[in-house]
Design a protein around this ligand. Structure first.
Ligand code: CS2
Length: 515
């Protein structure tokens, strides 16, 4: 007789379990065994599994073709330990407050770990079977200078890859080498599609890869010009890092173990510049849009949704809130973000397709209030130096150019600074700041202490983030100093309340208009 008190561990997700599974989980609606690889994706994190891999799963069900995904990680975590053990299968949960909807995604046919060396990644990327390469490698993966978009020649991966182009470490170096191998072997065209939240992501990706190719000399740069496309894209779905609780949810509700679960909201969007090299995965058949110009969509998304997330993350951490949804529950933070977006961000946007910027603001705020999406403020606060240009500084520049107020938009910029200042030894290491500029800002804070003016002077002088013209603007500087004063005080929320009770931009502008 077995020991009844011993908990029975649930069966692991596998192709065999998939065939037998009877629970309320949607399954891939195509013959997975017949699926051949055609797309490689670099950076198989929660976002990819919840976004491009799901669109591809939809596409395979709609029109079966050679579009299986090969998932590659060149940074931790190891894919072999999670997805690899499940033959690429995983569960995608949609969570909307109390609702949970499960679906098993089958579009990933193979996973490749390439953390130790680029070789396994290069084998896939250079293969003639691969016609599209997508990537979610985070903002800093592009090794560019945030304020200018140019390749950062001081970046350690870039320095390494310029010296060792055949054994690259960084994303631009790996892609340049993969293209070189393609040119030297079969010569087939390929599309490199960035799915990260950097501005004009196709242009930045094209620039950093071309720069390395030019450095190589020979014919590579010309071959790229003729055979490679770098379309820009706007991607959207909130999909935070998976937690142990998410894995448990699948076990409890659906009765099996899945170590690669992802959780996302219902909303999803993918707008892709219609510029491909070679065959096109027709994601536009299943909800993505192919357009001539992604810019207005990108501005809308990065300035409104991402701008709100970044704002709530810094102000939220400073106020002691764990998740976005906790921060937006606070009436003052919610009021602040709504006012910032409607009064200052919105006038920098142009309407796109069938959604007005004002409606988009409301829709974004309600997405952020979804309590089932446990998106940690510290996760969003990570790498702020790579995010604030497109989310906050670009709208600030547009506002300044037109003489509009930037009083509210400057607060989260000071929030990013305060977040990293408070992570310094001198400020008691309130938390660990994860940002390529964390050490630099901690050193500034340790040297200066709490003199907001001197802190702002030193941080605004970092020209990789703040372009010198913006950094020199007296209005911007004054708002950043006031923001630092308020957010580094003992009552950061008191400061937010005070900013919120200030005049609306309309009122500020009235005297000028009637004069
Ligand atoms: C977030 C994004 O962590 C972050 O920076 O703002 O991952 C965000 O959730 C996605 O861009 C939503 O599409």
């Amino acid at each position: 007789m077995g020991d009844r008190s011993q908990p029975v561990s649930p069966e692991k997700l596998s192709p065999a379990l998939l065939r037998r599974l009877q629970s309320a989980v949607r399954k891939p609606a195509y013959d997975r065994a017949a699926l051949k690889p055609g797309i490689a994706h670099i950076g198989v994190g929660a976002f990819h599994r919840c976004h491009q891999a799901e669109y591809t799963d939809d596409l395979l069900a709609d029109q079966f073709d050679r579009w299986g995904l090969v998932g590659i990680n060149i940074r931790p975590p190891l894919l072999g330990r999670s997805l690899g053990r499940q033959d690429g299968l995983y569960t995608r949960l949609i969570r909307q407050n109390d609702e949970v909807e499960a679906r098993i995604i089958g579009s990933i046919v193979r996973v490749v770990d390439s953390q130790e060396s680029a070789e396994p990644a290069l084998d896939v990327l250079a293969s003639p079977d691969i016609e599209t390469i997508t990537m979610t490698v985070t903002e800093k993966g592009y090794c560019h200078i945030p304020s200018s978009g140019a390749l950062d020649l001081d970046n350690p991966d870039v320095v390494h890859d310029l010296a060792n182009p055949e054994t690259p470490r960084g994303v631009p170096g790996i892609l340049a080498r993969a293209l070189e191998l393609r040119m030297a072997s079969h010569g087939r065209p390929v599309t490199l599609l960035s799915c990260d939240n950097i501005p004009a992501n196709g242009i930045i990706l094209g620039n950093v890869v071309r720069k390395l190719a030019e450095w190589r000399g020979g014919k590579l740069a010309d071959w790229i010009e003729a055979n490679v496309a770098f379309p820009s894209a706007m991607v959207d779905r909130i999909a935070p890092a998976t937690t142990a609780a998410d894995i448990e949810t699948v076990e409890q509700r659906f009765g099996y173990h899945d170590g690669a679960v992802v959780v996302g909201e219902r909303f999803r969007q993918w707008v892709i510049e219609n510029r491909f090299a070679g065959r096109v995965p027709r994601w536009d058949r299943v909800g993505a849009s192919f357009v001539d110009d992604v810019t207005p969509f990108e501005h809308l998304k990065m300035r409104v949704l991402n701008g709100a997330q970044t704002t709530l993350s810094y102000l939220g951490v400073l106020a002691g809130f764990e998740h976005t949804s906790d921060a937006i529950c606070d009436p003052f933070l919610a009021g602040f973000v709504r006012r910032m977006l409607s009064e200052e961000t919105l006038p920098t946007l142009v309407p796109v397709s069938d959604i007005s910027p004002a409606a988009y603001v409301e829709q974004s705020l309600s997405r952020l209030a979804n309590t089932a999406i446990r998106h940690r403020n510290h996760q969003i606060a990570t790498d702020g130096s790579q995010k604030i240009v497109q989310r906050l500084l670009n709208p600030i520049r547009d506002r300044l150019a037109k003489g509009g107020s930037i009083r509210l938009l400057s607060v989260p910029v000071a929030g990013w600074m305060a977040y990293l200042i408070k992570a310094s030894a001198r400020f008691g290491r309130a938390w660990q700041g994860s940002d390529p500029f964390a050490e630099k800002i901690a050193a500034i804070a340790d040297r200066i202490g709490s003199d907001s003016q001197a802190l702002a002077d030193a941080i605004l002088a970092i020209d990789a983030i703040f372009d010198p013209q913006l950094a020199a603007n007296a209005i911007f500087r004054a708002h950043v100093v006031a923001g630092l004063d308020g957010l580094l005080s003992n009552d950061p929320m008191g400061f937010v309340r005070q900013v919120c009770s200030g005049p609306t931009d309309a009122r500020l502008k009235q005297p000028a208009r009637s004069a």
